[in-house]
Design a protein around this ligand. Structure first.
Ligand SMILES: C[S@@+](CC[C@H](N)C(=O)[O-])C[C@H]1O[C@@H](n2cnc3c(N)ncnc32)[C@H](O)[C@@H]1O
Length: 152
């Protein structure tokens, strides 16, 4: 199970998600451009000392990420408010990549098209969306629960 962030633009959210990845043992992927510097140096300056515990791969563009993913043969599961499938009804695999969109604008149509599945965390009617780091935590929690307890 891996986590990918599409062009993140709020560093605090990315930091929270990288910490989640470190604590849960998940690899992280950042698809650039991001709205802030994503070099190791900048993360370290921001005090993210647990960075040593997480594998972070930077992809300079969406096409380059897709090239890498094709070589890996991993499914791409897009979390989006514009999906019909409840994330609890989907069957996850260990090799899946969970993808989350940019805070300000979500993802592009090309990303929506490329995804193997589009999943939603149902929220109260009339409300826009969850925070992206909250979404990542809920998504990773459900996916890992299923993978570690396939009967459950
Ligand atoms: C703040 S939201 C983006 C809102 C953006 N205006 C849009 O139209 O997508 C940031 C990211 O969090 C994730 N997200 C937030 N709420 C979600 C939900 N209820 N279900 C699935 N994903 C969600 C999605 O990956 C989304 O791209």
């Amino acid at each position: 199970m891996q986590i990918a962030l599409f062009q993140p633009d709020i560093p605090q959210n990315t930091g929270t998600i990288l910490r989640l990845c470190a604590c849960l043992g998940l690899a992280a992927h950042i698809i650039e451009p991001a709205g802030f510097p994503v070099s190791d140096r900048h993360f370290r300056r921001a005090g993210m000392d647990y960075l040593d515990q997480v594998s972070i791969t930077r992809h300079v563009s969406w096409p380059q990420f897709e090239e890498w993913r094709a070589a890996q043969g991993c499914r791409l599961l897009l979390f989006t408010t514009k999906a019909a499938t409840d994330y609890r009804d989907f069957r996850y695999q260990t090799s899946d990549i969970l993808l989350f969109g940019r805070e300000s604008a979500g993802v592009t149509d090309a990303v929506v098209e490329a995804a193997d599945a589009r999943l939603v965390i149902p929220i109260a009617p009339g409300l826009r969306s969850l925070n992206v780091a909250m979404t990542a935590a809920m998504a990773a929690g459900e996916a890992l629960r299923q993978i570690r307890n396939p009967q459950g």
